[in-house]
Design a binder for this molecule. Structure first.
Ligand SMILES: Nc1ncnc2c1ncn2[C@@H]1O[C@H](COP(=O)(O)OP(=O)(O)O)[C@@H](O)[C@H]1O
Ligand SMILES: Cc1ncc(COP(=O)(O)OP(=O)(O)O)c(N)n1
Length: 299
């Protein structure tokens, strides 16, 4: 039986935790809420971390993660999903399997590999599985500059210019995702440039997004927040089409996806700007604080 009554747009996060609330599951659920989507979550690992970095990772039994997948997708209509920290090759494979079975809606893959503090969040022997089994299931991947280089090969240099970013994005598209957002936050320019490449028949639809760089230590969780915001935007668009009895695939054409990514990046820019002066940490020395996920919510 399929329910036909009203329901909100639904976005799911598959990720590890951040008890300090800046990244991972906690950031994703705040972002879904701030962007008006109903959020559900599948926790892949318990991570002890805060604004000073990761101190310990506690793995969760793989079969229990599968129980969480089933708890969500056997019960709730999922419009869009984002994956973040997957940790192991088994979890990469499981995520790809559920996506291939059409259980996750539109899948945004944030190929999280290493935290800014240097801790590995993806085992080295899981990178190949990301390349070969997960990327082909993704509606969109959102690598930062080092992640894009690593996905392309062990000796690939990081892109340093928008032209090099386009060239790498085009090669990442050939690995199977429907679209690539190559994020430029790790660059050094005063303007942050993010490049979107969407596969369209034999062609590529390009969009370039620019925002002034905010010189702030508070950029912990920007990648998590962005991928969650994109999933929420796409969930809204797919939900509207589904409720109207139309094909939700219309939400991820080059133009629609470009608009969703643009709205998510503008939200993130406001969230980074609003938290630029924050001193959340008791010891501010070397701390990287979070962004203001609820920047648009006023009392
Ligand atoms: N200092 C900054 N000023 C403005 N925007 C930023 C800044 N740092 C990150 N961003 C935005 O956040 C996005 C994600 O950040 P990035 O550092 O590239 O990825 P990640 O957090 O995954 O390492 C970037 O694409 C950019 O739009
Ligand atoms: C549980 C968890 N997932 C992902 C990250 C990485 O967050 P990201 O926004 O990519 O970058 P930093 O916050 O590490 O700068 C994380 N820390 N924890």
């Amino acid at each position: 039986m399929t329910a036909t009554g009203p329901r909100p747009p639904v976005a799911v996060t598959i990720a590890g935790t951040d008890p300090s609330g800046g990244a991972g599951i906690q950031a994703d659920l705040k972002t879904f809420t701030a962007r008006g989507a109903y959020g559900a979550s599948i926790i892949t690992a318990l991570v002890a971390q805060n604004t000073h970095g990761v101190s310990r990772i506690y793995e969760i039994d793989h079969d229990f993660v599968i129980d969480q997948f089933d708890s969500v997708v056997d019960d709730i209509h999922v419009d869009a999903t984002k994956s973040g920290m997957l940790g192991t090759p088994e979890l990469v494979q499981t995520t790809a399997d559920y996506a291939a079975a059409g259980r996750l809606g539109f899948l945004v893959v944030d190929p999280v590999m290493v935290a800014t503090s240097g801790h590995r969040l993806l085992a080295e022997n899981a990178i190949d599985a990301v390349r070969t089994v997960l990327l082909p299931q993704a509606g969109l991947i959102t690598p930062n500059l080092p992640e894009a280089a690593l996905l392309l090969g062990d000796d690939e240099p990081e892109a340093g210019t928008p032209a090099q970013m386009r060239e790498q994005a085009a090669r990442l598209l050939k690995m199977g995702p429907k679209a690539v957002l190559l994020k430029g936050g790790h660059g050094a320019d005063d303007i942050v440039t993010d490049i979107l490449a969407v596969a369209e028949d034999d062609d590529i639809a390009w969009r370039e997004f620019s925002h002034p760089r905010v010189f702030s230590p508070n950029t912990h969780g920007t990648g998590c927040t962005l991928s969650a915001a994109i999933a929420a935007e796409v969930a809204h668009r797919r939900h509207a089409l589904t409720q109207a009895g139309e094909d939700p695939a219309g939400a991820s054409t080059g133009e629609q996806l470009g608009d969703a990514v643009g709205a998510a990046l503008d939200y993130l820019a406001r969230a980074i700007g609003s938290a630029a002066d924050w001193q959340l940490a008791l010891n501010p020395d070397g701390a990287h604080g979070p962004v203001d996920h609820i920047v648009d919510i006023t009392r």
